[in-house]
Design a protein around this ligand. Sequence first.
Ligand code: PEP
Length: 260
Amino acid sequence: MALRRPMVAGNWKMNGSAELAQDLFSKFARKIKDDSAEVVLCPPVIYLESVKRLMEENKEALSGSLVRMGAQNLSQHQFGAYTGEVSGQMLADAGCRYVIIGHSERRRMYGETSDIVADKFAAAQRHGLTPILCVGESGPAREARRTFEVIAEELDVVIEKNGTMAFDNAIIAYEPLWAVGTGKSATPEQAQEVHAFIRKRLSEVSPYIGENIRILYGGSVTPANAADIFAQPDVDGGLIGGASLNSAEFLTLCSIAMSA
Ligand code: PEP
């Protein structure tokens, strides 16, 4: 039986401030003394430096925990005339270990196709970053019973371009579009069903990857529903949007993951 360390990743989206980072750290430094779950903070790129500095300043207080930094997006290109974009190398230089890839907001609002997402996945790994690959179906797709088809398509493009073994250094986040930012979370059973499907699909090509990959659930996770979702056998923690902006709620989610 694989030992998968749970993870709680906070996606601030285009929210937050240097003050939020400060507030979060004054609470982290005092409260998180546990490495049984990994905690990843994904602030807007402009605050990566502040978060990195706070991590260094609180190094001693955080020594028993696993707090890391991640970005919310990266360019699929290495460098060049791509105004406004940030490369994998730049994120690695800034101290990121993780990067969210293919978030539904980027797929939907910025035209990121599965092909682009697969290229971003490769770009992240090229620079030593671990991609957190988001997949998920829309509400109409779920109603039409196309959930597995959509997830399989999103996964398969990345597998075809990068190979299954690339998932040895990756995290998957199942984020149903109808649950992200809506206040309507998937039920623990719905999450478990899709997580088991993802694990099985990867196991078919590599039992090792299927067994060991961490699959996070994301979509309106709160302290009220996290324990039941995180307790599911194929759920390895959460990707948290709204609740990551409230230090107390985020800390509670971290504690829940640590005891899951
Ligand atoms: C997200 O943005 O990845 C997310 C899961 O958001 P929320 O928790 O607010 O639904």
